[in-house]
Design a protein around this ligand. Structure first.
Ligand code: URA
Length: 316
């Protein structure tokens, strides 16, 4: 046993490790996937508070019920105001920090620009998995009965709602069903789907670990692009799906998905290589697997995009 008493200046390393391990376990249990970078002055203040033998004289400001329930609901902290964190400049946002790599090396990859100025949490509390599954299933029944798009209703064999893990870290978001998908009612099961499965496996996920869905749920005739009105008719469905799933990342596959989700007219070339935001999901844009089948030279760029996400997620 050590005979030196821990103090704020020399805390007991074993105790600190135990606390850190306990905290990590707790965060893992509650599903936290993202933590802010610590501010050194705040860390010191907290350390001093924990080390002090009696509680601080002045009680902490009461936290409003709404604020505390929001904190519980969202594993990611709400953005602090500039007054609270004057030292955190926009260019220092955590997802841009090279030291986020788990191996401690600075990233050799171009650092992602951040487009998260409008970040806001998904509304309400995340649902436990059984309720999510039930709500997704209810939504899928509504989609199956949908008749909003006159032409698509007549052409479709089956609606293609989406499939996968109901609590996924990553959602792959495509354009719309093709022939095979229309016949089977499942997303990405044709040739493009086989390539998507390989891309997912290259990320070291299984298909069932992620969720796969499309912008429009009915096959446009002759695989034409969905019309803007068809996308707007389906918006309620794909946005509700994402709100239920609340993934950490949404990978938009191709232009239609990216433009629909991000409500932009920019090209894939302009959108890829950085993170965008849909509520508190990070959105990455890459090439559609069907395009990659036609243009194998673009596969390298698509892999770069996926690696950007894997690095950010601490998975490589
Ligand atoms: N292309 C898509 O965008 N989605 C599918 O489900 C299949 C092919």
């Amino acid at each position: 046993m050590s005979d030196t008493k821990p103090s704020p200046e020399s805390p007991d390393p074993a105790a600190t490790l135990r606390q850190a391990a306990g905290l990590a376990e707790h965060l893992g249990r509650i599903g936290a996937q993202w933590l802010p970078v610590a501010q050194p002055d705040q860390v010191q203040k907290l350390a001093a508070q924990f080390a002090s033998p009696s509680p601080p004289e002045t009680p902490a400001e009461p936290v409003s019920k709404a604020a505390s329930s929001q904190a519980a609901a969202s594993p990611r902290p709400a953005a602090s105001s500039p007054e609270q964190r004057p030292e955190q400049r926009p260019e220092q946002r955590p997802e841009q920090r090279p030291e986020q790599r788990p191996d401690g090396k600075a990233s050799a990859h171009r650092l992602p620009e951040d487009d998260s100025s409008g970040r806001q949490p998904y509304p309400g509390d995340p649902l436990p998995e059984p309720q999510r599954a039930q709500r997704l299933s209810d939504l899928s029944e509504r989609v199956a009965a949908c008749t909003r798009c006159e032409q698509l209703v007549q052409c479709r064999t089956k609606t293609v709602f989406g499939e996968g893990h109901v609590n996924p870290r990553v959602v792959f978001f495509g354009e719309g069903p093709g022939r095979e998908e229309d016949l089977s009612g499942r997303p990405f099961v044709g040739r493009a789907g086989q390539l998507l499965t390989k891309m997912i496996e290259a990320c070291k996920f299984d298909r069932q670990d992620v969720y796969i869905m499309n912008t429009v749920k009915c096959r446009p005739p002759n695989n034409r692009n969905p019309e803007p009105t068809e996308i707007e008719n389906c918006r309620e469905y794909f946005e509700a799906q994402l709100e239920l799933l609340r993934p950490e990342y949404v990978v938009c596959l191709g232009l239609v998905a990216a433009q629909a989700l991000l409500r932009t007219k920019l090209s894939v070339g302009r959108l890829r290589g950085k993170f965008h935001q849909h509520f508190d999901s990070k959105v990455l844009v890459t090439y559609h697997p069907a395009y990659l089948l036609r243009t194998p030279a673009a596969k390298k760029a698509a892999w770069d995009d996926l690696q950007l996400m894997l690095r950010d997620a601490g998975l490589m």
